[in-house]
Design a binder for this molecule. Sequence first.
Ligand code: ADE
Ligand code: ZN
Length: 325
Amino acid sequence: VPTPAFVVGLPKAELHLHLEGTLEPELKLELARRNGVDIGQSTVEQVRATYEFDSLASFLGVYYPAMNVLVTEADFYDLATAYFRRAAADGVRRVEAFFDPQAHTSRGVSIETVILGYHRAAMDAADLGVSAELILCFLRDFSAESALETLTSALPYKDRFIGVGLDSDERENPPAKFAAVFALARENGLKLTMHCDIDQAGSIENIRQVLEDIQVDRIDHGTNIVENPELVTLVRERGLGLTCCPVSNSFVTADMKAVEMVALMNFGVLVTVNSDDPAYFGAYVADNYLALAEKAGLDTSELVLLAKNSFRASWLSDDEKAAYL
Ligand code: ADE
Ligand code: ZN
């Protein structure tokens, strides 16, 4: 049985991590005090008591309001830096981290404040032995026009992020809604990824759209692809990573999706293990490897494969990947 020390000792890349999802209750309270923001709770216990999720919607209902405490560039820097330190302690050597600019610009924080704070933290992560890059995510329950406006306002800073993603509530917000904005991102040299995490009718059509119409460079979650063997073969042939999040799944979907992850991994798909929103789901990346190993009965060689997959599925150059494989 793999031990925590074994998992921490494996060099890993984390490819599915929302920086806003790393906001621990202690920092949330400190930033609330610093900025004079009333969040309705004043102790860590009170904050944790609000963390009751049984669906993506109930999670997002706690997640977005908490972001009110993030105001200045220093706040974004401090949030990301706390995560990079925690990730380094878990053996993470490469991070490609999501952030949600519209969750901040929609309440009056400038996109420059967000990008500069996070980017400075990503550069400073090198001192921790962590190579870090950013992925700008659009909120799919906002309009396509809002996404386009967000990308346009971010393009002056495009050397400070490597790709774009799509998150928030997938129901009734299919990939095709954002085809134009993703095409523009690609024209600007950015990598593309999208969340495919609904656990209901329509999920396989959305996975088809990201592969055939949007032509993404990775898929976030995406385990429901097992329903369509032709699409499974396609992701394997293209060498596209699936960024899976076992503990997050156990909160916001029917189960951990361990069976699907292991079947895809054994078929040769680049399945990876990630933490998604670790401050909310109570599990950083090493905990996610351990939870999956316990649930699926994985041995150390299978965890080594998952850790290597995380570098193979990353957006490092082939030369850079070779240093970790
Ligand atoms: N934003 C942050 N975490 C998310 C998740 N698990 N699914 C969709 N959007 C998110
Ligand atoms: Zn996610």
